[in-house]
Design a protein around this ligand. Sequence first.
Ligand SMILES: Nc1ncnc2c1ncn2[C@@H]1O[C@H](COP(=O)(O)OP(=O)(O)OP(=O)(O)O)[C@@H](O)[C@H]1O
Length: 320
Amino acid sequence: MSLQDGGCSYAGGSSSANANAASSSSSSCGSMRRRLEDQEFALRVYPGALAEGTIYCPVSARKNTTAAEAIECLIERLRLDRTKCYVLAEVKEFGGEEWILNPGDCPVQRMMLWPRGALENRGGLGSGDDYRFLLREKNLDGSIHYGGSLQMWLRVTEERRRMVERGFLPQPAGGDPPSDLCALPELTERTILESLRAHFRQEKIYTYIGSILIVINPFQFLPIYNPKYVKLYDNHTLGKLEPHIYAVADVAYHAMLQRRKNQCIVISGESGSGKTQSTNFLIHHLTALSQKGFASGVEQIILGAGPVLEVRNATLKKKK
Ligand SMILES: Nc1ncnc2c1ncn2[C@@H]1O[C@H](COP(=O)(O)OP(=O)(O)OP(=O)(O)O)[C@@H](O)[C@H]1O
C-alpha cells in the first residue's frame, strides 16, 4: 500500500486567461486575480479499486484546470487503461452521495467551496476526511461503475492508514518523512509542510531541520516529558533519537560543560505557539541534568521568574 508521492503536475491555464491577466496588470485587483489563477493547488484523488494499493494520488492543478485534464494526469500516473472512460466524483460526506464532475468542470473551484477545516485537514483526521475527490470508471451506457465492494475497500484502506499512522502497523516503504527535513530529497515549502503534517498526524510534534527544532503545538498533553525521557536524552548525540525539546536542552548543557562557554537557545514563534511551554520543558530538562535526580527548588525558582519576565517584555513592547 502506498500514498502516491510527488504528484503529477498540470501546468494548465488557457491562453485567454493569461492574456486577460496581462492586460489588467496595472491594477492590483488584476494582479491578485492573476496570482489566484496561477496558484497551484494539490488535489487528492482517491482511485479506490481502480488502483489497488494506492490510497490517494495527488494532482497539482490550477483554478482553471478541468476535470478532464486532471483525469488525463491520473491515467498517466496510475497507468490506467486508456481504453476506458473515467470521471471525477466529489464527495462531501464519507460514504455519502457522489457528485460527478463534467469534463469541463474545474475541481479546484469546487474545492474552494469546501469548509476551511476540510482543506486544512484533507486526508488527515477529523471532519476534513469527509471531503474528497474519487476517480470512477464510466460504463459505456454512461452509468458509473462502482466495482464490487469499493466503499468497503476504501474504509479498510483508510482504517489501515490510521493504524500505520498510530504505529500499530509498519510504515509502507518510503512513506515516512525523515525526522530531519534536511534529508528530504526535495526541500520546498510544500514538502516541508507535508512532512510536518505527516509527523503531526503520528503525534510527533518535533521535527529537526539540521540543528533547528520545529515544534507544532499539540494543544493536548503528550506523555513525552516524564523522567524516562529525561534519562533517554541525557548526553545523547543530536539526531540519534527522535527529535525532542530535551535533546536541544541536552546538547546545550553538554556544550556548556565541554566548552565552558555560555550557550543560548532561541525560541521563536507566534503568540500561542508554545514558546513558554517549550521554555518550561527546557528548564525542566536542564535542571534535571544539573541536579541528576536530586530534588531541589531551582526549577521552581526559575519557572517562577517566567511570568515576571513575560510582563516585563510585554511592557517593553508596548513602550516601543
Ligand atoms: N508541547 C506542548 N504540549 C501540550 N500543550 C502545549 C504545548 N505547547 C503549548 N501548549 C499549549 O498551548 C498553550 C499556549 O502555549 P504558550 O503559552 O507556551 O504559547 P506562547 O507562544 O508562549 O504564547 P504567548 O507568546 O502569547 O505568550 C499552552 O497553554 C498549552 O495549553
